[in-house]
Structures are given as structure tokens and as C-alpha cells.
Design a binder for this molecule. Structure first.
Ligand code: GLA
Ligand code: ZN
Length: 648
């Protein structure tokens, strides 16, 4: 699938008379594709069974005349009022058992049979209507699955579904009781029908049960997505090219994104480096990690179907991207593997919940700074299409496992713990050296990397243990952090094993005790790269062969290791038993990058370079993420400047 550029267009939000002018302006801007249709269910089916696609037929005709292609969205993120009023049981229930009201979006239950039926009808009608429409180059199903809290449901259908899921998984209730440890607090079940959903209770539900509930929700969301994909593939056959837009905050969501991406022809992302209420954007490293995560889903380049241009927010507006800043984010996105980009949105709406989600054009309908930036960006990147489609090769991989992330969500163990922040801290350490990094599922094959980093991987099963050992034996470097391998897949601790339970040999250490540190609480450790603050958690490590790089500085734990390095086979294993300072982590990363001869660049703080290769040529994407003039590789950069440079 080639690379293309465009905008998210909502033609239904403006008088029809404006359409021709708008499309002309899009052509002038350099738009090649628009996304339409998602959220427009009522226009397509005003009353039950009255399908009418004439509005979009007209829009597509007009776009076609000017050579603009279409990504069509299925409208299931916003069921119409008539449907919800007829079948209120479609609505999700929250953990207080309150139905989510009609009025927002994404309020339907993924398991509701009636909703499945109506989904099937609208998607079938839509696909049949447009199956011969060649200007539709791709389909987007739904919109941002699981976003805005829509990834949990506690309705009766889900309760039945959860019990069936457990029956299938455990076979007998005795088996479930054993696996969950329900003897604790007299929670032993006599039958599957007694098992509750994790509704509000006093203190907390059993952690094994909660993890199974999250697995069940993940399965529900992914099955619903597949249900739509299958309908489209059935009708569209060979021509089907399907995606779905993944929202930010992917590590906070209760569905396995990798699983969903498997059903898609390409992974798509909605890239919003800043949103409602944020005083400033997320860090450049954070944006980069997001992009690398999306690329990791299919281990291929991807699309961005919503790229922020204006400030955004529903009731509270976010930071105003400075001149050229949003454009620079678009360069950063293509650098990290976005081969196509659509900006959100063509023009700001003058009504509805999103009238403060500012577009390329504001409500004044004038061509201003944002318009010029988009136009310049399109013009420039169109000269590099082939480069943007070229594969990205990384020698460093960050590994995650959704079940591990959920286990942390269930028991964060410190008020200062946040999975994404822990991942990001380590990611930033490598990002600083301008290395290529893949962010991938730990079940993916990682044998070809030089370095794998597994932040806070509480769940390390036998299989992962084995693969890590093989990887290290052959010369790989592994980086682990605190609380590694303390839990099994049932979310229970191991009996009779020192932590990190499955990785004592690999790490050459044993953790004797741990201390949870709350927000604002720190310990200190000294070692190789100078003193580090220890936050979130610290482990008192006894070496069983590993070199101790850092020891604690307080009275009772001076003898205990904090950071260690073990030789295993031809390889090395770093174990960081705390959340260390970014500065120290950056030095450890540098040591690893140099030892492993990994391509990297020193740049001034806030300046990112990302290399890409095409045929025998090397290109550098250079981004100045700061509001100051900078210089790098002999190139002068203005604030928020970005450039693509061919390196001779
Ligand atoms: C999301 C959605 C869009 C819109 C924008 C607003 O990511 O997919 O429908 O809500 O954000 O910023
Ligand atoms: Zn439900």
C-alpha cells in the first residue's frame, strides 16, 4: 500500500454549498485522501432499515472529480438514538452498574447480541453499496476501540460471558478455585454461576480473578472488531484493505492491541502529542515511543489517520502548538515509520462536543498559519514516498506483555508506580542517543536484536525465560528492572523461589527484600556513574555471581546491591532494582549502545535525529523539539525546525 497524505473531513458538518470550495482548497493544500463516514450512522440509516447512502455518494463523486481518494469509516462508534431507545440493553454498564447514557460515544457493549446484529446490518449494507467504488482505498472499522473508558463493561451479558469464558478456560470450578486461590477470605465457589464481576466492593477483588476479567474484556473487544472485519472481508473480497485507528494511552487500555492488529491490513494511529488541559506536550521521547509501539504491532510501517494540527479538547483546550511545532511532529511521525498521514481535522466544527478540537482551518474559514504548514509539509514529504515506505531496522527492542501491564494495574504496589512512565524512563535513556528502537510484544521473536529491554516484567513464564537465556547465551544484552519474574500467569506469587524467580541464573542475583517508595519518597544508591535517586520501589539484592554496579547508601542496606551486571554465556544482563534517575539510565544505555556497536548520534538536548535508508542512500530526519536555535551535524535549526537530509 503506497503512501499518501490527507485530512479527516466531516462533510456532514457544513452546508452542502461549501463542499466544492472546500474540495478545491483541499486540492490546493495537497490532499490526496480524506477519511469520512465514521460517526455518521444516522445519516446512513435515519430510521431502522431505511438505508440511504446518497449523501456520501455525492461527497465521493465530488472528491473523485478532483482526484481525491477515500478512507471510509464504519459508523459503529456512535449508534443512533432510535437504536439505543429501542434496545437500551446495548448500553454498557459501569462498575456501579449504572448504564452509560446515550449522548457521548462508544457506549455500546461489545458482547451485546442485538448490537452485533445491528452492526452486521449497517456494515453489510455499507460494504455492499460501496464494494465497486474504486476510490475507497481503505476501510476504518469503528473509531478508537476502548478509548475514553469504553473498554470495560459490567452488564448482565458480560457477566454471563465472563462465566462462560471461565468455564471454558478452567473446565471445573475446583480448578478455578485452585488457580485463583479462592480459599483466601472464603471466596471458594461451588459453581461457575456464583462468580461475580469485579464490581465495587470493600477493599479489592482477588488479583487472579481481576486479571481473568481483563483477559475476557480484551477478548470481547477483539472479537467484536474481528466480527466487523470478517463482514467486510466477506463482501469486499480481495479488495478489502482494513484498518482501525488506535488511540493514545494504549498501555492503559484493557485490550491486547497486538491481537487486534493481527486482523488489520495495516496498523493506524491517532497522534496527539498534546490534548485538553495539558500545559505542554508530552515529551519528544514519549511521542517517539508511541510511534515505535504502533510500528511494532505489525512490525511494519503504519498510517496515522489523525495527526494533530490545532489545539484540542472537549471542554478544556490544550496547549497551542507553536509555529512549526505540529508540523515537526508530523516529520517525526514519518521518520518513525508513518508512511501516510491524515491531519485531524480539515476544519473546526462550530457545534457538537468537539467544537474546540481545532482543525487546519478554524471556524473563521481562513487559510492561516496551520494551513500553510500542512501545505508545506505535504509538498516536501511527497518527494520522499519511497523512503517513507522503506523498512526500519532496529537493534534494540523494548518488550511488553499486556497481561503483565494489567497485573500492575491491579496491584501497582507503590503510589508512584505508572507502567508507561517506567517504560518511558528507560526508553528515553536509549532515545537520547538517537538509536532505532522497536517496541514489541514479548511473544514476538527477538532473537535478531542485539539488546532487549524488559521494564518491570513481573510475569516471565518458562517460555520467555528460555528465550531470554538462549538470546543471552548467543551474545545478546538483556536489561531488566525491579519486580522481574515475581508472578505466574495466574497472577500469583511463586512458592519457595527467590526473586527474580525464573531468572536467578540469568541475572546472577537474588532479591532479599523490597521496599515500596511512595510519591516524593526516595532512597539513594552510589556506583559506576555517580549517585542515583531511587524511586517507586527498591530491591535489596544479594549477588550470586553478578557484578554489583550500585549499592544503597542508607544505614541498614549498605551491603545490598541496587544495580547489577551478570555475564551469561556470551551475553550480559543488567538488572536495575529500582526506578533510577534518567541521567544514570542514559549512561547505562550509552554503555550498552557503545559495547554493542549500535548506530547512534550525539545531539544537543531536544534535538532528535533519525536515520533511514533507501537503496544505498542514507537520510537523516532532523527535528528540533525546542523553542531555541540549535545546530546539529553542521545544520542550523530554528525553533521547531524539521528537515530531511540526504547524507553523502
Ligand atoms: C480522537 C478521535 C476523534 C476526535 C479527536 C479529537 O482521537 O478519534 O474522533 O475525537 O480525537 O482530538
Ligand atoms: Zn456488557
Amino acid at each position: 500500500m503506497k503512501s499518501f497524505f490527507g485530512v479527516d473531513y466531516y462533510p456532514e458538518h457544513w452546508p452542502v454549498e461549501m463542499m466544492d470550495k472546500d474540495i478545491n482548497r483541499m486540492v490546493d493544500m495537497g490532499v490526496e485522501v480524506v477519511r469520512i463516514g465514521e460517526f455518521a450512522w444516522h445519516i446512513m440509516e435515519k430510521n431502522e432499515g431505511e438505508y440511504d447512502f446518497s449523501f456520501f455518494d455525492m461527497v465521493i463523486e465530488k472528491l473523485k472529480k478532483r482526484g481525491i481518494k477515500v478512507i471510509f469509516g464504519t459508523p459503529t462508534a456512535t449508534p443512533p438514538a432510535w437504536l439505543i431507545n429501542k434496545y437500551p440493553e446495548i448500553l454498557q454498564r459501569d462498575e456501579n452498574l449504572m448504564p452509560r447514557s446515550f449522548g457521548g460515544r462508544r457506549m455500546y457493549c461489545y458482547n451485546n447480541e442485538t448490537y452485533r446484529e445491528y452492526t452486521k446490518r449497517i456494515v453489510t449494507e455499507l460494504a455492499n453499496h460501496y464494494k465497486n467504488e474504486d476510490s475507497i482505498i481503505a476501510w476504518q472499522i469503528d473509531n478508537e476501540f476502548g478509548h475514553e473508558g469504553s473498554d470495560l463493561c459490567f452488564c448482565d451479558t458480560c457477566k454471563r460471558g465472563f462465566r462462560n469464558y471461565l468455564k471454558e478456560k478452567y473446565g471445573t470450578v475446583d480448578n478455578l478455585n485452585k488457580s485463583w486461590g479462592t480459599v483466601f477470605w472464603s471466596q471458594t465457589y461451588n459453581s461457575f454461576d456464583e462468580i461475580p464481576l469485579p464490581l465495587k466492593t470493600i477493599t479489592h477483588h482477588n488479583p487472579s480473578m481481576q486479571l481473568d476479567y481483563k483477559r475476557f474484556m480484551s477478548k470481547s473487544i477483539n472479537e467484536y472488531a474481528k466480527f466487523q472485519v470478517d463482514i467486510l472481508r466477506d463482501i469486499l473480497g480481495e479488495k478489502a484493505f482494513i484498518t482501525t485507528n488506535i488511540a493514545g494511552g494504549y498501555f492503559d487500555k484493557n485490550f491486547d492491541h497486538k491481537q487486534m492488529a493481527k486482523e488489520m491490513d495495516i496498523a493506524s494511529y491517532d497522534n496527539y502529542p498534546v490534548w485538553g488541559g495539558l500545559k505542554e506536550p508530552i515529551t519528544p521521547a514519549n511521542i517517539a515511543m508511541d510511534l515505535d509501539f504502533i510500528r511494532g504491532l505489525k512490525r511494519k510501517n503504519f498510517w496515522i489517520v489523525e495527526e494533530l494540527m490545532g489545539a484540542q479538547g472537549h471542554t478544556i483546550i490544550g496547549y497551542l502548538p507553536r509555529p512549526n511545532q505540529a508540523k515537526m511532529w508530523a516529520y517525526q511521525a514519518v521518520a518513525h515509520g508513518a508512511q501516510s498521514i491524515l491531519f485531524f481535522r480539515y476544519r473546526t466544527a462550530t457545534f457538537g462536543t468537539e467544537e474546540f478540537c481545532l482543525g487546519i482551518i478554524d471556524q473563521d474559514n481562513r487559510e492561516g498559519r496551520k494551513y500553510r504548514e500542512v501545505k508545506e509539509f505535504f509538498k516536501d514529504v511527497k518527494g520522499y514516498r519511497e523512503l517513507l515506505q522503506s523498512p526500519i531496522k532496529s537493534e534494540i527492542a523494548f518488550l511488553y506483555d499486556y497481561e503483565n501491564i494489567w497485573a500492575w494495574k491491579i496491584q501497582p504496589q507503590s503510589t508512584a508506580f505508572n507502567f508507561k512512565e517506567e517504560m518511558l524512563k528507560l526508553y528515553t535513556a536509549f532515545y537520547r542517543h538517537n538509536t532505532h528502537i522497536d517496541v514489541i510484544d514479548s511473544k514476538d521473536d527477538f532473537s535478531n536484536y542485539k539488546v532487549v529491554v524488559l521494564p518491570v516484567m513481573m510475569i516471565v513464564d518458562e517460555e520467555l525465560k528460555h528465550r531470554l537465556e538462549e538470546f543471552t547465551k548467543k551474545g545478546g544484552t538483556v536489561v531488566l528492572t525491579y519486580r522481574t519474574s515475581i508472578k505466574d500467569r495466574n497472577n500469583n506469587l511463586y512458592l519457595g523461589k527467590a526473586m527474580p524467580c525464573n531468572l536467578n541464573d540469568l541475572t546472577g542475583i537474588e532479591v532479599e527484600e523490597i521496599e515500596s517508595l511512595q510519591e516524593g519518597q526516595f532512597a539513594y544508591a552510589d556506583g559506576k556513574f555517580g549517585r542515583t535517586k531511587c524511586s517507586v520501589m527498591r530491591e535489596m539484592i544479594n549477588s550470586k555471581g553478578a557484578e554489583v554496579l550500585y549499592t544503597y547508601q542508607d544505614k541498614f542496606y549498605r551491603e545490598k546491591g541496587c544495580i547489577t551486571l551478570n555475564k551469561f554465556g556470551q551475553g550480559e544482563v543488567y538488572y536495575i532494582g529500582t526506578s533510577a534517575d534518567e541521567e544514570i539510565l542514559t549512561k547505562i544505555a550509552e554503555e550498552i549502545v557503545i559495547k554493542n556497536d549500535i548506530e547512534h548520534y550525539n545531539t544537543p538536548y531536544g534535538v532528535e535525529v533519525y536515520t533511514r535508508y533507501l537503496n544505498d542512500k542514507k537520510y537523516m530526519f532532523v527535528m528540533n523539539h525546542t523553542d531555541e536555535d540549535k545546530e546539529v551535524l553542521g545544520i542550523k535549526l530554528m525553533p521547531y525546525d524539521s528537515k530531511i537530509i540526504e547524507v553523502k
